[in-house]
Design a protein around this ligand. Structure first.
Ligand SMILES: [Zn+2]
Length: 115
């Protein structure tokens, strides 16, 4: 079971005290659900539990996160228990809602009457 306090962005940010990857902004990582595992350069998302490491220069926190976890509830703007430091700053960094082109939450199938 994951540590509940990591639903808070300020608590996630505190995990980056020994963050070894200078070219990756830990504020962006913390904002988008990631906390530092203190193992190599591995971060973990509180909301989808994806783990990402071996970062390379040019990697973008949000696009890598989406690549490995396209249905992360935080990134997909679904309701979560996230407590952001600034909701506006988070909103500005999340992919736009129109990104959800696959409609992965439409569990209702349209049934056509062919009679
Ligand atoms: Zn995630």
């Amino acid at each position: 079971r994951m540590n509940e306090k990591y639903q808070r962005e300020d608590e996630r940010l505190k995990t980056y005290t020994n963050w070894p990857v200078p070219f990756l902004d830990c504020h962006t990582l913390a904002k988008t659900g990631m906390y530092f595992t203190n193992e190599d350069d591995k971060v973990k998302c509180y909301f989808c539990e994806v783990e990402i490491g071996r970062w390379e220069p040019g990697d973008q926190p949000v696009s890598e996160h989406l690549r490995w976890s396209p249905n992360c509830p935080l990134l997909r703007r679904r309701p979560t228990n996230n407590i952001p430091i600034s909701a506006e700053a988070l909103d500005a960094i999340l992919p736009p809602i129109s990104y959800d082109i696959c409609g992965s939450n439409n569990s209702v199938l349209e049934v056509h009457d062919t009679a």
